[in-house]
Design a protein around this ligand. Structure first.
Ligand code: AMP
Ligand code: MN
Ligand code: MN
Ligand code: MN
Length: 277
């Protein structure tokens, strides 16, 4: 199993584990270098750092930034950042406030669909910190009350684009997000490029723009990806002069099919992004 895992979530976003639990679990699974990459938040990093020192593994400061490329929502994994950088902190703070505002609007829509006390119950899932609220928490709540059977169904029926409880988000644009990461001394990685449902032509356009804007790496190996898809991503990384990254996108018990360190090795010929750290 790969010992470098550069994508995972704690309860500072939509994962189920504390940063300390996550780091201890990673060490037990044989991971030697771990990046904590919560959605739009670096709040778990200090706890993770203390735990990593005790567990004897290398922690990379990370964050997964929600951003827009044209009309497409994308995720950018920032690695090796200084989380105290004012411009990054300010940008993430705005995204968190947008999350809180969206959370209230989603809850209102779901309450109108007959789901009582939705906001209060979802807040309980995030330790009453409204800035952490994500769609996965709503999905989790809908599963817990039996409205839907699985997380995926909550997105298909309620939370996905164009569904009754969808709320459009003013996420920052790709270029701005990359500039925050640059200011913070980090590397921007395009997360799970095969998960946006783009044609190969559109994906190439995205990668060209991403590289032009200062993006330096892309995820090539992610969990549950088909071998031919991984090979295609490896070829694209080389074609656009991008470093290759890898990660589990672990979310704890919220997504039990994902495990720390569990995904394919990078294909030969890739430039591993962690050589930069
Ligand atoms: P948010 O950033 O709050 O809009 O939530 C995005 C997160 O929701 C992703 O990182 C996933 O964890 C989860 N998610 C998005 N789409 C789906 C889906 N179709 N099925 C399950 N989880 C999803
Ligand atoms: Mn997530
Ligand atoms: Mn993502
Ligand atoms: Mn993620």
């Amino acid at each position: 199993m790969p010992s470098v895992d550069l994508h995972c979530h704690s309860l500072y976003s939509d994962g189920s584990q504390s940063p300390q639990q996550l780091v201890e679990q990673a060490a037990a699974a044989g991971v030697t270098m771990l990046a904590l990459t919560d959605h739009d938040s670096t709040n778990g990093l200090s706890e993770a750092r203390r735990a990593a020192e005790l567990a004897g593994i290398r922690l990379i400061n990370g964050v997964e930034i929600s951003a827009m490329w044209q009309k497409q929502l994308i995720h950018l994994v920032a690695l090796n950042i200084d989380p105290e950088t004012p411009i990054l902190k300010a940008g993430l703070h705005e995204q968190q406030q947008a999350r809180a505002k969206r959370g209230r609007l989603i809850a209102e829509k779901l309450e109108n669909l007959g789901i009582e006390n939705c906001w209060q119950n979802v807040l309980a899932l995030v330790d009453n910190d409204e800035n952490r609220v994500g769609r996965a928490h709503f999905a989790q709540y809908l599963v817990s009350i039996g409205r839907v059977k699985q997380l995926q169904q909550a997105f298909d029926k309620y939370l996905g684009n164009g569904k009754p409880a969808a709320v459009p988000m003013p996420w920052t644009d790709m270029q701005t997000a990359i500039s925050w990461v640059k200011a913070a001394g980090g590397v921007t990685v395009l997360a799970h490029p095969a998960r946006y449902g783009l044609s190969q032509t559109k994906l190439r356009l995205l990668l060209a723009d991403f590289q032009q804007a200062g993006g330096q790496a892309m995820e090539v190996s992610t969990a549950n990806e088909k071998p031919n898809v991984i090979l295609n991503l490896a070829a694209l990384a080389n074609r656009f002069g991008l470093y290759a990254s890898q990660g589990s996108d672990y979310h704890g018990i919220n997504m039990p099919w994902l495990k720390l360190g569990k995904f394919a090795e990078l294909p030969a010929g890739c430039q591993p992004v962690w050589e930069m750290f």
